[in-house]
Design a binder for this molecule. Structure first.
Ligand code: ATP
Ligand code: MG
Length: 421
């Protein structure tokens, strides 16, 4: 094994891990790259199959030519042949123009056929032909065309089973599988689990500018014991979720258990198992995953904005001699107006209203408001106190609780601002 080369590849493609099985997979990719051989990358969902085809292409003599990654599982059965092999104008309803197809446009380049196990049998027959002879026919045409495309395929499907069940052609399987590359599941990778956790924790903390989460000893052991049915994708999602949602920066085993990480199960992971690429995955799961990603993005954005708002308030309030830190909570404990993507806005939401349906309807200080009405910090606080007193019908206990300041401070402020009556 050429370990220097392997390290360079890892750096260039941000591949993390030192597990021998991973190194072996990268080593085979480097060795096979300069050849014309077909490669089949196999491994469970989420193990990291998608990076190797790129490594192979970039290290081959085709590197200056086209590279296409096609997810065979996401192409509708009705159009898959036309997508791959092209069609003639008028070949079917909707075929208003000639279409070249991937095998035509990728001539002299590389095609990565991801989730190849999902190809319909008719398409498998066309693919076999092009692999064996370099020839293909566009849909609706009889003219035979030539192409010179290198094929790299990947699958998380048990191909032997698919062949037994008549879902995948055995001859095509052997043709694709000239060089097999096996990517090991995460549960076998030992210390790499922690390295990956750190990478993902750091990445998200840099993106949203907060302190990265870290593991305590118990949590580290639990991550090693867990079976990781969704592999690295699951670990990445879990790390991102915990980074954003958890208030604590030190992650304990107990906290991990709350997220479904257990010592003995294969997948009671609820939220965090990302189903992408699973054989039985439904369209609903796809959109659920997308929504969840957007939700975390939104949460992270809100966190970031709250932090910025806090900084803003702190810097503006620092001139106030006698306002204690406690008083600042009036801002922190109340709804923050932020740009909320329209698909997350609950029905009935009105701009400039509290985002939380039951939350107190307190006007939020933001940079814009301050610019438009040049209030002093005393004015701002006074206004909050007046509004809150009105809402609570003069009840000082409720007002102080709502504002997050002590009753004593509230009395002092009421007196100071002349709000006694
Ligand atoms: N060794 C690694 N270092 C860093 N990130 C990795 C590593 N392996 C995988 N990842 C990340 O994990 C995620 C899942 O990887 P990938 O999409 O390649 O999975 P896959 O094997 O193609 O799964 P599926 O069969 O479900 O499509 C990606 O975000 C990828 O960047
Ligand atoms: Mg994939």
């Amino acid at each position: 094994m050429d370990s220097k080369n392997i390290q360079q590849i890892k750096q260039r493609y941000s591949i993390v891990g030192n597990y021998e099985g991973l190194n072996r997979a990268i080593d085979i990719a480097i060795q096979v790259a300069p050849t014309e051989l077909s490669v089949l990358i196999v491994g469970e969902s989420g193990v990291g199959k998608e990076v190797l085809p790129r490594v192979i292409h970039d290290n081959s003599s085709r590197k200056h030519n086209k590279y296409f990654a096609i997810n065979c599982g996401s192409l509708p059965e009705g159009t898959i042949d036309s997508e791959l092999f092209g069609h003639k104008r008028g070949a079917f309803t909707g075929a208003v123009d000639d279409r070249e197809g991937y095998f035509g446009v990728a001539n002299n380049g590389t095609l990565f056929l991801d989730e190849v196990g999902e190809l319909p049998l008719a398409t498998q027959a066309r693919l076999l032909r092009v692999l064996e002879t370099g020839e293909y026919i566009r849909v609706g045409e009889s003219e035979v065309r030539k192409t010179n495309v290198r094929i790299i395929a990947a699958t998380n499907v048990n191909m032997q089973k698919a062949i037994r069940e008549g879902k995948f052609r055995e001859d095509l399987y052997y043709r694709l599988n000239t060089i097999p590359i096996q990517i090991p599941p995460l549960r076998e990778r030992g210390r790499d689990i922690e390295l990956l956790f750190r990478k993902f924790a750091l990445e998200i903390s840099e993106k949203y500018r907060f302190e990265p989460i870290r593991l305590n000893d118990e949590a580290r052991i639990l991550l090693l014991k867990y079976k990781w049915p969704g592999n690295i994708r699951q670990l990445r999602n879990l790390t991102e979720q915990m980074s954003i949602i958890s208030r604590e920066r030190e992650i304990t085993a107990e906290m991990l258990r709350e997220y479904g990480v257990t010592d003995d199960s294969l997948g009671q992971t609820g939220l965090i198992v990302s189903g992408k690429g699973h054989e039985q995955q439904s369209a609903e799961q796809h959109s659920y995953e997308k929504e969840r990603d957007m939700l975390f993005h939104l949460l992270a954005t809100i966190n970031k904005e709250v932090k910025e708002l806090k900084d803003f308030v702190h810097s503006n309030m620092s001139s106030m001699q006698d306002v204690k830190r406690d008083d600042i909570r009036v801002i922190n404990d109340h709804p923050i107006q932020t740009e909320i993507p329209t698909h997350f806005v609950p029905s009935g939401y009105q701009p400039h209203q509290s985002y939380y349906p039951q939350g107190p309807d307190i006007e939020v200080i933001d940079a814009q408001t301050v610019e438009e009405t040049p209030l002093t910090n005393h004015d701002v606080l006074k206004k909050h106190i007046i509004d809150s007193l009105q809402r609570n019908k003069g009840n000082r206990k409720k007002t102080s609780a709502e504002l997050g300041i002590s009753v004593r401070t509230l009395y002092r402020k009421i007196k100071e601002y002349g709000l006694e009556e």
